[in-house]
Design a protein around this ligand. Structure first.
Ligand SMILES: [Zn+2]
Ligand SMILES: [Zn+2]
Length: 331
C-alpha cells in the first residue's frame, strides 16, 4: 500500500477510535479483527483511569472522601449486580420503565459501558461459557485476558443488539448505550462540584473538589472494576462447585462479599433464572436481600425464586461439594 494511503487510513482509524469514546455508534474501520488483541483506543482510557488514582498523592485523604468513595462503590455495585446482571441480562424480576431507567443510569455510572452492551455480552457468556467462543473465559484465553483484557479488543466493542431485542425496544436505554460516556462524565463533574461546595460551606470536613474527584470517581471506580472482573476471572477458577455444570464456575464466599452476592457463581450458572444467587441462608447475597425488600414495598415485582430442582440436586450431591483444587470438572 502506498505511504500516503497508509497514512490516510491510519489517521482515519485514530479519528474514528477517538470519536467512539463519545459516540459508540461511529463505525469501525473495515479491517481484519484480531479478537485477542487490545485496541489502543480502549486501552488508553482504561490505563488513564488507573493512573488518575495516583492523584491521591497530591489531593490527600479525608473521611468524607473515603465515605463518598465507599458509598458510590456500594450503590454502583448494587446497580450492576441487581440490574445490569439479574434484571437486564437474566430478567429475574419485573420493574417499571422508570425504575428500569433509574437503575440503568446508576449502572452506567459504574463506567462499564451501557446496559445493552453489558447484557448482550453476558448472555453470550452464558451461552458459550468456557468454550472458545466465550470472550472472557480464563480457561480458553488466560486469566489476565478474562479479567481485564477482553473488553479492550475491537471484537468486544460493539453492542450486539440482536442478543438483547427485549432491551433494544427502549429508546432511552439505546441512548444510554450509544453515549455511554455521558453519565460517567456527569458523575465526575458532580463530584468535583460537590467537593468545591463542601470546601466553601463546610471546611471542617477537610475535603475539596480534586479530592472528591480522585476518591469518589477514580479510586471508587477502579475498585468497582476489579471487584466486578473477578466474577469473569476468579469465579471460574477459585472456589467450590456444588453443581456439576458444563462450565468451570465456582462458589466463593469472599467474592460474594466483595460483589454483594455475585460470588455464588456456580449456583448462578446452574440456575441463572433465579433472582437469588446465594441459595442457602448461609450464602450471603446482599443484592438479593435488597431486591427482596424492594419487592416487599412494590418497587419491583415477580421475583423469580430458586428452582425446586436446585434443592433436589444439592441434596443428592451434597457429598461431592468439595472440589476446590482449581481444576475443571466434566459436564
Ligand atoms: Zn460465568
Ligand atoms: Zn449471569
Amino acid at each position: 500500500m502506498p505511504t500516503f494511503e497508509k497514512t490516510l487510513r491510519c489517521s482515519k482509524g485514530i479519528v474514528s477510535g477517538l470519536a467512539r469514546w463519545f459516540d459508540t455508534s461511529v463505525p469501525e474501520q473495515a479491517e481484519e479483527i484480531n479478537p485477542h488483541k487490545p485496541e489502543w483506543s480502549r486501552l488508553a482510557p482504561f490505563i488513564f483511569m488507573h493512573l488518575a488514582c495516583c492523584g491521591v498523592i497530591w489531593v490527600g485523604c479525608s473521611w468524607t472522601a473515603v465515605g463518598v468513595a465507599a458509598g458510590l462503590y456500594v450503590v454502583r455495585m448494587f446497580a450492576v449486580t441487581a440490574f445490569y446482571h439479574r434484571y437486564f441480562s437474566h430478567r429475574t424480576f419485573r420493574a417499571s420503565r422508570s425504575v428500569q431507567f433509574l437503575f440503568a443510569v446508576l449502572g452506567n455510572m459504574a463506567v462499564q459501558r451501557g446496559p445493552l452492551w453489558w447484557a448482550a455480552h453476558h448472555r453470550h457468556h452464558h451461552r458459550h461459557s468456557d468454550t472458545e467462543k466465550d470472550v472472557h473465559s480464563p480457561h480458553t484465553h488466560g486469566a489476565l485476558w478474562s479479567h481485564m483484557g477482553w473488553f479492550t479488543s475491537r471484537q468486544a466493542f460493539a453492542t450486539n443488539a440482536k442478543a438483547v431485542p427485549d432491551l433494544a425496544v427502549f429508546p432511552e436505554l439505546r441512548f444510554l448505550d450509544r453515549f455511554d460516556i455521558l453519565v460517567p462524565f456527569l458523575l465526575a463533574w458532580a463530584l468535583f462540584g460537590l467537593g468545591w461546595l463542601l470546601e466553601v460551606v463546610a471546611p471542617g470536613l477537610g475535603t475539596n473538589a480534586w479530592q472528591l474527584l480522585v476518591w469518589g470517581f477514580f479510586i471508587s471506580t477502579i475498585a468497582l472494576y476489579h471487584a466486578t472482573y473477578t466474577i469473569n476471572s476468579l469465579s471460574h477458577m477459585v472456589g467450590s462447585r456444588r453443581f456439576n455444570t458444563s462450565d468451570s464456575s465456582r462458589n466463593n464466599f469472599w467474592l460474594a462479599l466483595l460483589t454483594l452476592g455475585e460470588g455464588w457463581h456456580n449456583n448462578h450458572h446452574f440456575n441463572p433464572g433465579s433472582v437469588r444467587q446465594g441459595f442457602f441462608w448461609w450464602e450471603i447475597d446482599l443484592t438479593y436481600y435488597v431486591l427482596w425488600a424492594m419487592g416487599k414495598v412494590g418497587i419491583i415485582s415477580d421475583l423469580r425464586p430458586v428452582a425446586a430442582r436446585v434443592y433436589e440436586h444439592a441434596g443428592r450431591h451434597a457429598s461431592n461439594d468439595s472440589s476446590t483444587d482449581g481444576t475443571r470438572e466434566a459436564a
